[in-house]
Design a protein around this ligand. Sequence first.
Ligand code: ZN
Length: 140
Amino acid sequence: MREKKWKDCPACGAKDSMHYKSGITEQLKLAGYPPLEINDLDGQFCTSCEEGFWSMNSEKQISHSLARHRAECDSKTVVAAELASVKEAAATLHLSAQGIHKMMDEGRLRYVLAGGLKLPIRKDLARQAQTRQRAVHRHA
Ligand SMILES: [Zn+2]
């Protein structure tokens, strides 16, 4: 995949207004969770309206950090009975254990951190299993 290089702003239409910026600190808010600050992000932003796009790396970093943040918060409230093992998740979704870890890292499958392990949340696993039945398999 290649990074799209923007020149004109797709949001406000300003010409030649998109510029690369790095070292950005962003406070991210996730409903129901304390805000999370992420440093050192980059992307292309409009000098006129400040709309913009994160770079692919930053986007990855954001979803990874948010997933981890949510996992850390959830580990205080979610009980063991609500958790599945990675093995169980892999069997349910017909994926490898590696595929499950990838989904968790990308924030597509919710998990909590328990004793240093990432454990999928059973409810979210069921939801994913349903979604996957309907969805086109984009990530083969
Ligand atoms: Zn703009």
